[in-house]
Ligand binder design. Structure first.
Ligand code: FCB
Length: 456
């Protein structure tokens, strides 16, 4: 493995609903994910995050694992309904106490916390008032951010506001495969704007308490299926939608042109002051979540149906021809990580903040040996390839502060339930026993080598 700069940081990540469980503990309120997962037909294996990895009770064990792995940072998220069960009003002490214990545990081990305020578990009470389609939710988010800013001030350096607002919007509000399960197609777009507005308002609260601000986007390099003009146009349009709609306002203070989709460039839900608030919230650190590239193709007017992902889009999205796929069916293209990082640098130049790769990893079909150990060579190959590609991006001059693997633990993978295992640690969902997989030991050795400077 080639050498990264000495200050490069290594980490592992999780998110609240995916690992915590304890959904009725400490006065926690209901989240959209509780409601959604308990609705018949939403989750592949009819499971819920009620218990998940039971990290609410077993966080100390998770922290021990992080220490054994030797990471510099732990990326986790705060469950908003633990802090404000109804999405408004004073903080619940028991909710803050949980994160207090977690922060103490991390501090004792010298691991920096990189908390995310919102990884999709909106208080259901706010969804009942319109969720992210309502402008009010942005102000509620800022109120919550102010509480958490007081809590984190002096204890952490950087707080991320949102995780993957585009994916949350697309799957949760446009397609309905994630909570809150709304199927609005392009009518969901105000939900993108209100998330960004919420970020801008929250950023001001965080900065007022001396905290650095981050936000993590999911990025995908988009390729045209062929050199046919319809495919090239489709690729350009999808690139704008996925990669730019929620990034341009943050870094450039303006929205990307969505005229391809026949959308108004000055919708009334964008108030005159909003873009200033959003741009003032330009992150100090941009989180990049990368899993795979996307191929876009113009629609065949004769085809009777298109893939579900293409729902509402005037073109089709496909995998990558010839690429191997993960257990999830996602194409494995390590160089896509280098490509998207270099694209971001070329696209935004000096406006691009330093990057933290906040998510990267893969699901594999685990076959534990008789001792329960998982020899997940496929995950090791995936991580090895992507970390090498990341190194190339660093060599090409992209300012990358670190790499956070998704994910520490096998966990509740949203609509897939417990059927996709992304962890470097295996979790037995009957006993909650945690067993480091081979990839854990591989990553531990890589981090240790990097520390001692013996990597070549
Ligand atoms: C990302 C999510 C994360 C996890 C991975 C596999 O989109 O942020 O919670 O589900 O995908």
């Amino acid at each position: 493995m080639p050498r990264f700069p000495a200050a490069f940081r290594w980490g592992a990540g999780t998110s609240s609903y995916q690992v915590e469980g304890g959904v009725h503990e400490g006065g926690r309120g209901e989240s959209v994910w509780d409601r959604f997962a308990h609705t018949e037909g939403t989750i592949l294996d009819a499971s819920t995050g009620d218990e998940a990895c039971d990290s609410y009770h077993r966080y100390a064990e998770d922290v021990r694992l992080l220490a054994e792995l030797g990471v510099d940072v732990y990326r986790f998220s705060v469950a908003w309904p633990r802090i404000q069960p109804e999405g408004t009003g004073p903080a619940v002490k028991a909710g803050l106490d949980y994160y207090d214990r977690l922060l103490d545990g991390l501090a004792e081990r010298g691991i920096a916390a990189v908390p995310t305020l919102y990884h999709w578990d909106l208080p259901q009470a706010l969804e009942d008032q319109g969720g992210w389609l309502s402008r009010e939710t942005a102000y509620r988010f800022a109120e919550y951010a102010a509480i958490m800013a007081d809590f984190f001030a002096g204890r952490v350096e950087t707080v991320h506001t949102l995780n993957e607002p585009f994916i949350h919007l697309a799957l949760g509000y446009a397609l309905g495969t994630h909570a809150p399960g709304r199927t609005l197609g392009f009518e969901a777009l105000p939900g993108a704007h209100h998330q960004l507005l919420g970020h801008g308002l929250a950023a001001a609260e965080l900065r007022a308490r001396g905290l650095r601000v981050g936000l993590a986007h999911n990025y995908t390099p988009v390729r045209a299926a062929s050199s046919a003009p319809a495919d090239i146009a489709a690729a350009h349009a999808y690139d704008v939608l996925h990669n730019r709609v929620l990034t341009d306002p943050l870094l450039l203070g303006r929205y990307a042109d969505l005229s391809f989709f026949g959308l108004d460039d000055a919708p009334e839900y964008v108030h005159p002051e909003d873009l200033g608030i959003i741009a003032a919230g330009r992150p100090d650190e941009l989180g990049v979540n990368y899993y795979n590239p996307t191929t876009a193709a113009g629609l065949d007017p004769l085809a009777s149906s298109n893939s579900p992902l293409s729902f509402g889009l005037p073109f089709e999205l496909r995998g990558v021809e010839g690429a191997e796929v993960t257990a999830f069916g996602w194409p494995i293209v390590p160089d896509g990580l280098r490509e998207i990082l270099v694209t971001l640098k070329d696209r935004y130049g000096d406006a691009l903040p330093p990057i933290l790769v906040t998510e990267n990893g893969c699901s594999t079909v685990d076959a534990p040996d008789p001792d329960g150990v998982v020899h997940d060579e496929a995950r090791i190959a995936f991580l090895d390839g992507h970390i090498r590609a990341l190194h190339e991006a660093v060599e090409a001059g992209v300012d990358v502060a670190g790499y956070v693997v998704w994910t520490l633990l096998d966990n509740f993978e949203w609509d897939q339930g417990y059927q996709q295992r992304f962890g470097i640690v295996r979790v037995d969902f009957d006993t909650f026993a945690r067993t480091p997989k081979d990839s854990f030991h591989w990553l531990r050795a890589l981090i240790a080598e990097h520390r001692t400077g013996s990597a070549d």
